[in-house]
Ligand binder design. Structure first.
Ligand code: PRP
Length: 183
């Protein structure tokens, strides 16, 4: 049913597992003497967070917080809101933020600054997708799964109007689906 709205698959499921494994191995090596706290940014992070965690062989915990920037449409409206905060302290912790995508860079800058302000010992970012051509604020994630061009993608956590998150791959949404969207 959902497939008819997809123009083309950009990152298939096999590739997602492969890059998650690569990032998980890197994190395992880089944090071999630490117990990092992985923080997923809801809602988009869930499929990637679940896949990534399988490949991290460390004593680590994960927590989530909910941060919104897009409010339903295909474009970021520019303000970032914390909808659900963390239940734990990050003071003195080595934090890795797990994201589905870094686009304008606004969300990740806000969250990184906040966690640093709260006393995290270090804050790095692991993102499934990086869209550098979308940047409005400079940001370079340490762990990048796949770098993508400036196209509107959905699937594996990424949504349009909260749909398509359950697709097992990342695909380009047909323009006809959102062409009447004025947001
Ligand atoms: C999306 C995505 C990132 C953010 C990236 O979240 O999950 O958190 O936008 O965009 P940016 O780099 O332009 O800030 P969104 O706010 O749409 O919420 P969601 O995770 O619930 O989809």
């Amino acid at each position: 049913m959902l497939e008819k709205d997809i123009e083309r698959i950009l990152v298939d499921h096999k590739k997602i597992v492969e890059v998650s494994k690569k990032l998980g191995n890197q994190i395992t090596n880089d944090y071999h003497d630490k117990k990092p706290l992985i923080i997923g940014l809801l809602n988009g992070c869930l499929p990637f967070l679940a896949e990534l965690m399988k490949h991290i062989d460390l004593y680590c915990e994960y927590e989530v917080m909910s941060v919104k920037s897009y409010h339903g449409g295909t474009k970021s409206v520019g303000n970032v809101k914390i909808v659900k905060d963390l239940d734990v302290s990050v003071e003195g912790r080595h934090v890795i933020i797990a994201e589905d995508i870094v686009d304008t860079g606004r969300t990740i800058n806000v969250v990184k600054d906040l966690l640093t302000y709260r006393g995290a010992a270090s804050v790095e970012v692991a993102t499934l997708l990086d869209k550098p051509e979308g940047r409005i604020e400079a940001f370079v994630p340490k762990y990048i799964g796949v770098t993508i061009p400036k196209v509107f993608v959905v699937g594996f956590g990424l949504d349009y109007d909260d749909y398509y998150r359950n697709l097992p791959y990342v695909g380009v949404l047909k323009e006809s689906v959102y062409k009447n969207d004025i947001s």
